[in-house]
Design a protein around this ligand. Structure first.
Ligand code: SF4
Length: 247
C-alpha cells in the first residue's frame, strides 16, 4: 500500500509522463481492483482507446442516469461491442425510485444537484466501494475545480483517483483522435461538444466554451463526481443533506 507521501511524490513525477505511462503504472499496480469511468462523449474516446490498448479487461463504468439522449446510449452500445470493452452500467439506488418517478420531469431543473447526486454520485460511490483505484478522464482546462486537481488524488476512504489526462488540452484530445482515427459521438456534428443528460445539455456555438452547453443558465458546471460532493453518504444522510422528507 502506498503512503500519502509516496502518492504525492509520484503525482509530481507523473506531471511529465504521458497518459499511457500513467495508465500502465496504475494497471500494473492495481489490477483487478481498478476501473475507468466514461460518459462515452467524443472527448472520452482517447482515454477509452488508451485503456483498451493497455488492458482491455479493465472495467469501464458507465452511469445510466435514465435521462440520457438516445444517441449516447446507442453510441455506448456500438463502441462497447466494436472495441470489446468491459462496460458495466451503473444505476441509481432503487430506494429512490418512487421519489424520482414522482419528480421525474422537475428534478433536473428544480434540484439538479440532488438529481446528479442520486443518478451519478451515489451509483459511482457504490461501484468504487471495493476498488483501490479509479481512472478518470478530467482535464485541467475544463473547469475551475478541475484546474486544481492532481494526477493522483487519495480520497478519504482510501480510493486512489488517477487522472492521466489532467495536463492534456482540448487540442491534445483532437490531435490524438485524429491520429488514431477515433469515432465521434453522433451529436458532435450538431453542436453538442460536451454531452450529458437530455434535460441538461444543449448544442452550442463553435466559439463557446466546451462545457457551455451543460446545465446552461443554472449556475452549475460540475455533476459532483469530481467535487466535494463525492463524499460518503448513506440514504438517510442524503435525505437530510437535501432536506427531503420521504417516508
Ligand atoms: S445531468 Fe441533469 S438529468 Fe442528469 S443526473 Fe444531473 S441533473 Fe439529472
Amino acid at each position: 500500500m502506498l503512503s500519502t507521501q509516496q502518492i504525492d511524490t509520484l503525482s509530481k513525477e507523473f506531471e511529465s509522463k504521458t497518459p499511457q505511462e500513467i495508465i500502465q503504472w496504475a494497471v500494473d499496480e492495481f489490477l483487478p481492483e481498478i476501473a475507468l469511468s466514461s460518459s462515452f462523449q467524443t472527448q472520452s474516446m482517447p482515454l477509452l482507446h488508451m485503456v483498451a490498448n493497455i488492458k482491455r479487461s479493465v472495467p469501464v463504468f458507465f452511469i445510466d442516469t435514465g435521462y440520457h439522449l438516445w444517441e449516447t446510449l446507442m453510441f455506448r452500445e456500438w463502441l462497447a461491442s466494436e472495441w470489446k470493452l468491459n462496460v458495466i452500467d451503473l444505476y441509481r439506488d432503487p430506494r429512490w425510485n418512487t421519489f424520482v418517478l414522482h419528480n421525474i420531469r422537475a428534478l433536473p431543473f428544480e434540484d439538479p444537484n440532488l438529481c446528479c447526486y442520486l443518478h451519478k454520485v451515489q451509483p459511482m460511490q457504490k461501484a468504487l466501494k471495493d476498488l483501490k483505484a479509479w481512472i478518470s478522464g478530467i482535464r485541467r482546462d475544463q473547469t475551475a475545480v478541475r484546474a486544481q486537481a492532481k494526477i493522483l488524488e487519495l480520497q478519504e476512504d482510501g480510493l486512489l483517483k488517477v487522472n492521466p489526462l489532467l495536463n492534456w488540452t482540448k487540442a491534445d484530445i483532437s490531435q490524438y483522435a485524429k491520429e488514431n482515427n477515433l469515432p465521434s459521438h453522433p451529436l458532435l456534428s450538431k453542436g453538442y461538444r460536451s454531452v450529458g443528460c437530455a434535460p441538461c445539455t444543449i448544442a452550442i456555438g463553435a466559439d463557446e466554451d466546451e462545457r457551455a452547453g451543460r446545465w446552461a443558465g443554472r449556475g452549475k458546471v460540475e455533476c459532483g463526481l469530481h467535487t466535494d460532493m463525492f463524499k460518503k453518504k448513506d440514504y438517510e444522510e442524503v435525505k437530510q443533506a437535501f432536506h427531503l422528507e420521504i417516508k
